[in-house]
Design a protein. Structure first.
Length: 80
C-alpha cells in the first residue's frame, strides 16, 4: 500500500495565512498517513527466527510487533 502525496495548492502572489495553514495541514496529514502502520498481503514470508525479539522484550514492543514466545516452543505472536 502506498500513501498518496497531498494535493498542495499553488501559493498566492502575496502571503495569505489561511493558504499557508492549509498547506501545513496537508503536509501534517500526509506525514501521519505515511507513518501509520498498514497491513501487508504476502504469499510467502521468510523470517530468521533468531533475529526476532522474545517475550522478554514485550514491554518495549509496539502494538502489532511480532515476537517469539520461548516459553511456548518459539511460537510467533503479535503484541496486542
Amino acid at each position: 500500500m502506498s500513501v498518496r502525496p497531498p494535493v498542495i495548492p499553488t501559493a498566492p502572489e502575496e502571503y495569505d495565512q489561511s493558504t499557508f495553514d492549509q498547506i501545513l495541514s496537508s503536509i501534517r496529514d500526509y506525514m501521519v498517513r505515511a507513518n501509520a502502520p498498514y497491513p501487508h498481503n504476502a504469499s510467502t514470508l521468510n523470517i530468521n527466527i533468531g533475529t526476532l525479539p522474545t517475550e522478554s522484550a514485550l514491554a518495549t514492543l509496539r502494538s502489532g510487533d511480532v515476537y517469539r514466545d520461548t516459553t511456548a516452543s518459539n511460537v510467533l505472536k503479535v503484541k496486542p
